[in-house]
Design a protein around this ligand. Structure first.
Ligand code: HEC
Ligand code: HEC
Length: 413
């Protein structure tokens, strides 16, 4: 507690406390997209609404069959269960996303895939800019990068002046072949009232639009907070919420192991970018991964600045055990493996020059017991067991709900 009090400056340990999702005023938000319950409720449905999949490459096969949750589902802690997420052009899902593959009807180059792992959307309210390279968001670290927001590139959306979450949601409609389409409101009239409640002050044209849909989704994303994790309960005064060993792990995280030098915001992520030399997406079950370049350069691929090369955004650390792959290139298969890697301080990537690595990435000389304790802290104390509270009960379109089962519940069966 003393250590946390020191770190949290004038707010003390409570600096690390996450708001609850119903306390809208306490959640960091974009003044251009203020949070309201009606907006969040609409966003919750749309984020899971496969009826948004209206611009697939092959209409007969994939029309209205994919959405945001296809690549960020609750069951995987709002990441994916596979190395690479597939939107349009994918088929299958399984209970937990593990069965999603390329559809036989699409050629490899036609499917919607990206060259980096989909990060978690949890606690994204604390990210001023988003994506592994932080390209979305008009403010914060992106002030001064305006020259890169080129017309025709996804980050051109930053010219609208929104924060990262909002900008990304707007851009994602085009990038992922999503949209309300012509007959959305006649096919699913229940949505009319929901849009009316969420955007009462807009004209009808503005209200029933992809832009409004994206802003509602962004509002919902901001409420995805892991405030029921044991570490959060402990911060709220429940000293029994964490075991002795978990507390030892926390002490290492916030002390000797130095994790908090980078994982320092309430989400235990940060808006800073660092080079840890992690490897790239390739191999089994990945698509279009031959020869890609820009994405490998991280922040530098966006800003084109030498000092940003190979640096990636510091991710949040809650509910990682819902996922199966870690690092921007999905090159790790357990949290423990990531911590061993950071402890060893030897880069995976063969192309990064040693002087481009973060000076904080160096052998930490933690014992294997200490690595276990750290891992326990991440796996257990930073695990909110009730993430499925963020799923809608049903969709107005009656389409099935993506991501309602988690890997953990699957393992426990
Ligand atoms: C085809 C799969 C796919 C679909 C569909 C998809 N995403 Fe993503 N998403 C990704 C991947 C991959 C990344 C990481 C991209 C990167 O950083 O290079 C990402 C990144 C993000 C991030 C950034 C998180 C962070 O902390 O940096 C947000 C927010 C997000 N997506 C929201 C959405 C929303 C909202 C939708 C629907 C409107 C959506 N995504 C649809 C795959 C997808
Ligand atoms: C120099 C800053 C820095 C330090 C110190 C640091 N991290 Fe990280 N961490 C990052 C960045 C940046 C990434 C993403 C790197 C990438 O994907 O290329 C990351 C990724 C991770 C991931 C993978 C998350 C995911 O979603 O894929 C875990 C787990 C993690 N760090 C835990 C730790 C722990 C535990 C410590 C302390 C032993 C630590 N980190 C120390 C910056 C740091």
């Amino acid at each position: 507690m003393n250590r946390l009090n020191e770190l949290g400056a004038d707010k003390g340990a409570l600096y690390f406390k996450l708001p609850t999702s119903s306390d809208l005023e306490a959640i960091p938000q974009d003044p251009k997209n203020p949070l309201t319950f009606a907006k969040v409720e609409l966003g919750k449905l749309l984020f899971h609404e496969t009826a948004l999949g209206t611009k697939p490459l092959i209409k007969d096969i994939s029309y209205r069959s994919y959405t945001c949750a296809t690549c960020h589902h609750a069951g995987a802690g709002f990441q994916v269960a596979t190395r690479q997420s597939i939107g349009d052009g994918g088929a299958g899902f399984g209970n937990w996303g593990e069965d999603r593959r390329k559809s036989d009807f699409y050629r490899e180059r036609e499917i919607d895939v990206q060259m980096r792992k989909s990060p978690s959307i949890l606690n994204s309210a604390f990210s001023k800019t988003v994506f592994w390279d932080g390209q979305f968001g008009a403010k914060g670290p992106n002030l001064g990068t305006e020259i890169e927001w080129r017309e025709g590139s996804p980050s051109a959306v930053n010219h609208l002046g929104y924060d990262g979450i909002e900008s990304q949601a707007i851009a994602a409609f085009d990038a992922h072949r999503l949209g309300l389409g012509e007959d959305f409101f006649s096919a699913y009239p229940e949505y009319i009232e929901l849009f009316d409640a969420a955007f009462p002050n807009l004209t009808e044209d503005e209200r029933y639009s992809d832009l409004s849909a994206a802003l509602a989704i962004a509002a919902y994303e901001r409420t995805l907070l892991t405030d029921q994790a044991p570490f959060q309960k402990w911060l709220n005064g429940d000293r029994k919420a964490m075991s002795k060993d978990e507390k030892k792990g926390a002490l290492l995280f916030f002390g000797k192991a130095g994790c908090v030098s980078c994982h320092s915001s309430p989400s235990l992520g940060n808006i800073d970018f660092h080079a840890l030399g992690m490897g790239e997406l390739k191999g089994f079950d990945t698509y279009q991964t031959n020869g890609f370049k820009n994405e490998r350069l991280g922040r530098g691929g966006f800003t084109r600045k030498t000092e940003d090369m190979y640096k990636f955004k510091t991710p949040q650390l809650y509910n990682l055990s819902n996922a199966a792959f870690f690092g921007h290139g999905a090159t790790f298969t357990s949290i423990e493996e990531v911590i061993h890697y950071i402890n060893r301080g030897v880069p995976q990537s063969e192309e990064i020059h040693l002087d481009q690595l973060s000076p904080l990435f160096r052998p930490l000389h933690l014992t294997s017991d200490e690595v276990d304790l750290l891992s326990l802290f991440l796996v257990k104390s930073l695990y909110d067991p009730n993430i499925t509270r963020y799923l809608p009960l049903a969709l107005p379109s009656n389409q099935p709900l993506i991501g309602s089962k988690s890997m953990l519940s699957r393992e426990l069966k």
